[in-house]
Design a protein around this ligand. Sequence first.
Ligand SMILES: NC(=O)c1ccc[n+]([C@@H]2O[C@H](COP(=O)([O-])OP(=O)(O)OC[C@H]3O[C@@H](n4cnc5c(N)ncnc54)[C@H](O)[C@@H]3O)[C@@H](O)[C@H]2O)c1
Length: 353
Amino acid sequence: MSKWRLLVTGSSGLIGSEAVQFFDRQGHHVVGVDNNMRREFFGPAGDTTWNLERLKKATSRFEHRDLDIRDRARIFALFQEFRFDAILHCAAQPSHDKAKEIPLVDFEVNAVGTANLLEAMRQFCPEARMVFLSTNKVYGDAPNEKALKELPKRYDYAKSVDWNGISEECRIDRTTHSIFGASKVAADVLAQEYGRYFGLNVGVFRGGCLTGPNHSGVQLHGFLSYLVKVAMAGETYTVFGYQGKQVRDNIHSFDVVRAAEEFFLNPRPGEVYNIGGGRENSVSILEAFDQIEQATGKKVRWEYRDEARKGDHICYISDLRKLRAHFPGWSISRDLGSILQEMIGAERGLKAV
Ligand SMILES: NC(=O)c1ccc[n+]([C@@H]2O[C@H](COP(=O)([O-])OP(=O)(O)OC[C@H]3O[C@@H](n4cnc5c(N)ncnc54)[C@H](O)[C@@H]3O)[C@@H](O)[C@H]2O)c1
């Protein structure tokens, strides 16, 4: 594959837009599919039109199609037209909390939409490579069974054997996933099957907190992006449960896209990888407040609600050892400090093009 015909679904979203720019810069022909459904899920703050307009200016060959991944006939026609070399599937209903209001739409987008893309690939470009963006919510709340210790500002794993975090060995059933987690499990397992059963080059990336300046962050989705937005606007951030000591690992969208590129170059059918910021980029909400205050000089205003989100992780750190072992050329290139600086810069109106 020298120059690829590459499909990015969810191309106006956080990961999709990073991928469009990254692969366009390399001279590949990128087709993006996004119907701005994030606005339907989250209202005006979730609108991704600004990002699409930014991409049109920042790219040379990028083609956008306002298509719904649930629309099987039009997705099949798209695959028939382009017969893609590579597919990065990022379109989703991405929120744990939103899904409970719209369980059927959530399932149709996350599970059926993914089935449409997998089957389109099998029928029209079976030699292609696909990365599907899954989530750590497929583990449900099983990661909370790890022994934890409570520190002044965060929870952490109590046993040294857990230091590297949650691996792909964690079980995915008999846990509380949330409705979102369940629709992603369906898609995740089906994607694995297109690799294992049909032998297609499909890989599954189970994301921790994926972040970056191009997130249309809202309360229900986009932890750091939303936090930076609220802090910069001097508004009040609501912490739900666990005293604000819950830990997330944060990875820049660029590093997610780089991992997808590595998979496209050396695909392994049906493999599953945890992908997040790992221990180095892990932070609790309280620690994130401190870091944002240091970086901006502004005090973060926050309130506390003593009700944790159902199925929420208390301490989640992605074990990156499998990803690193399979793709030694990949590494985390952005630490938490520089991710925050970039997001703060973007909020101040210095969005990089
Ligand atoms: N951001 C995170 O913290 C995180 C964590 C774990 C996993 N993930 C997964 O990574 C993927 C990308 O996440 P993101 O943060 O870039 O999300 P995002 O919401 O920023 O982007 C998703 C895009 O998909 C589009 N979309 C939604 N439904 C669609 C449909 N039916 N047809 C066409 N387009 C549609 C939306 O308009 C949006 O622009 C998702 O699968 C998500 O579940 C994200």
